[in-house]
Design a protein around this ligand. Structure first.
Ligand code: HEC
Length: 133
């Protein structure tokens, strides 16, 4: 049981390697690597799930924004401008509209500070993939 699961994971890793290596081999223009085209690392998937459940209705799948809220994958939310405590404050207290015209963000009662920690790690990863910092 254990070995077959392990070997399946190996297959996936191998497949990802092959897929990932392909653009590097081809001469033509390859699509820019964005968060949408790169698999979310296993250790960030809990944060991804919590973001999807609690934040993406407004901030968009992958943090790209919606008509209800701004993108978090954006220069103004990089760590030096909105550090991790700003994320904790946003979830715990809500946010008064100040950067955008979407209105206020309500506080999000469904998430704990630990949940938000995981969400932050996921959002920082998205920002990094997008070359924001
Ligand atoms: C109901 C819509 C909505 C939901 C759900 C929501 N947000 Fe927001 N969020 C907003 C809006 C709108 C703003 C922009 C306010 C402004 O600056 O004008 C915002 C701003 C923010 C900011 C910037 C705070 C600052 O200091 O400027 C952070 C960080 C943030 N949201 C994180 C989150 C996280 C994490 C979640 C999920 C736990 C979440 N949001 C869920 C609507 C939402």
């Amino acid at each position: 049981m254990k070995t077959s699961k392990t070997s399946r994971i190996c297959c996936w890793a191998l497949l990802l390697c092959v897929v990932g290596a392909a653009p590097a081999c081809s001469q033509g223009e390859s699509a820019p690597k964005t968060a949408a085209t790169i698999a979310v690392p296993a250790e960030l998937q809990a944060g991804e799930g919590k973001f999807a459940a609690n934040c993406s209705a407004c901030h968009g799948k992958g943090g790209v924004g919606t008509s209800q809220g701004p993108p978090l994958v954006h220069k103004i939310y990089e760590p030096n401008h909105h550090g991790d405590p700003a994320f904790q404050r946003a979830a715990a207290n809500g946010v008064k509209a100040h950067h955008w015209e979407f209105g206020n963000m309500p506080k999000i009662d469904a998430v704990t500070p630990e949940d938000v920690d995981q969400i932050i790690k996921y959002v920082r990863w998205l920002q990094k993939q997008a070359g924001i910092f």
